[in-house]
Design a protein around this ligand. Sequence first.
Ligand code: SAM
Length: 245
Amino acid sequence: MERLKSGAERMGIALTEAHLDLFRRYSALLLEWNKRFNLTAIDNPDQVEIRHFLDSLSGLIVWRGLVSCQEAARSGRMTRVIDVGTGAGLPGLALKIVWPQLRLTLLEATAKKVRFLEHVIAELNFREVAAIHARAEELAHQPEHRETYDLALARAVAPLAPLLELTLPFLQIGGWLLAYKGPAVATEVMAAERALAVLGGELHRVIPVEVPYLAEERFIVAVRKVRPTPERFPRRPGIPVRKPL
Ligand code: SAM
């Protein structure tokens, strides 16, 4: 975990032995299950530290810049976060390790990945983390999930326009979406203008992030929910991606 520790330090995050222990155990489970169930394309420990953990943690830096921790603490309740299309738990679980006060929902459409998430939650004894096997298009219409979250996260799930339809319905007014993106971000943002307007979002900023040991360009798109999302969104499963707004 040397790269993770030094990389996080370069990002301004001091990882304790307890954090590192959780990351170590999470990585071991991920690599072990990956041999049998093909959960993620990344299959070596160094790459897990860099491409999964450090990349995920870049969202924490952005979030800290958007909402001060004091502000969150003063509100007197836990920050409700949903990770849409979490796969093997990223970026959500990496953030949970360093930010234990999160109340985290991991949403994933593939059953075997949800079984893995349940196993990790039990093994690492995470509190206030739920893994839900569903599609965003369906879960976002359930009253206990609709417009109730403070923060939505999504990495490598869909281009920005359809992704807005899969995430903004979960956010309460004033909530934030952090979408992890690569070099195509500018094109994706241009194509998402209409979706933003229709779904009640406002582009705050496209933030370039430097992930230590990673050569590729990485960005986080920060979107604020400013108006309610019309009831008819998201549309039926598959439609947001096939026919983006
Ligand atoms: N976010 C993880 C990461 O960065 O490692 C996983 C990325 S993986 C490429 C995309 C995941 O999103 C897949 O596991 C897929 O099953 C899930 N997914 C795609 N569309 C979804 C939807 N509409 N609702 C729930 N999960 C979805």
